[in-house]
Design a protein around this ligand. Structure first.
Ligand SMILES: [Zn+2]
Length: 266
């Protein structure tokens, strides 16, 4: 385990917000703490498993949001980068990298090994930024590797979402190291000269069922949902999504207009 300072602003001052064990996947019974940076408001897990330790906290077959087969899912969980045409990716598993290479997809084991001259038209991070040890490395990567007109599409849980307002401890711990709000993503983007093209929040009714099933929500939320209840919850959530209270968010980033303009003028 390691104690860390705020990845966004560097402050060491933080206060506890919630404590919880791994109620969702039951990979461990250890208790983890979510803290809030008193300087910038970023929420993060602290202390946390080190990079060398984190693997054993992933339950076998871990994939909360996945509906895709193995290697594809693993690719999504780290980072997709799309060059002009062929698909490319960053993938930590050597076995998965071998499968990707066989499929004709270029891939690298980590961000640092992507050649500095590579530029990508689309960088996609699907529910992966909350798992990484240093989000700023990924924003730095986007700033350096997006093409002039390129976009980065990020989906992450929204810690401002209704479910986290009801139950701040209703989080996948310890594998979620960061608990972003929309303003945190904007703050990171601004630090690296990226601008927000689009941002919205959304929700899955299933998440309420899964959280209620393991006792993470007040009893008013049923652990068993009929299709009728699921539809009613979905309809109830829609207006909240528009208020920014959806439990997940999608943010599209691009290089700032000024940089694009400078690039065209050059
Ligand atoms: Zn901070």
């Amino acid at each position: 385990m390691e104690y860390v300072k705020c990845d966004l602003c560097g402050s060491e001052k933080h206060e506890p917000v919630a404590r919880q064990t791994d109620r969702l996947h039951r990979a461990t019974e250890e208790i983890f703490t979510i803290v809030r940076c008193v300087e910038c408001g970023l929420h993060y897990t602290n202390p946390r498993p080190t990079l060398a330790e984190i693997g054993r906290y992933y339950a076998a077959g871990y994939a909360f949001h996945a509906d895709a087969p193995g290697w594809r899912r693993r690719l999504d969980r780290t980072l997709d980068v799309l060059a002009k045409s062929p698909l490319a990716g960053v993938e930590v598993s050597a076995a998965a990298r071998a499968a990707l290479t066989t499929a004709g997809i270029r891939c690298w084991p980590n961000l640092a090994s992507v050649p500095p001259e590579e530029r990508f038209g689309l960088i996609r991070m699907n529910w992966s930024l909350e798992h990484v040890h240093s989000p700023r490395e990924y924003f730095s990567f986007m700033a350096r590797h997006l093409s002039g007109q390129g976009q980065a599409i990020i989906t992450v849980p929204n810690y401002n979402g209704l479910i986290y307002r009801l139950a701040p401890e209703c989080v996948e711990l310890p594998v979620h190291l960061y608990h972003f709000r929309p303003e945190d993503i904007v703050a990171y983007a601004n630090q690296y000269g990226l601008s927000v093209v689009e941002a919205k929040t959304f929700s899955y009714p299933e998440m309420f069922r899964a959280a209620a099933e393991v006792g993470l929500l007040p009893p008013v939320f049923p652990a068993r949902q009929s299709i009728g209840v699921a539809i009613a919850i979905r309809d109830f959530l829609k207006p909240l999504d528009q208020l920014g209270w959806g439990n997940d968010m999608l943010v599209v980033l691009s290089k700032s207009r000024r940089e694009n303009q400078a690039g065209r003028d050059a």
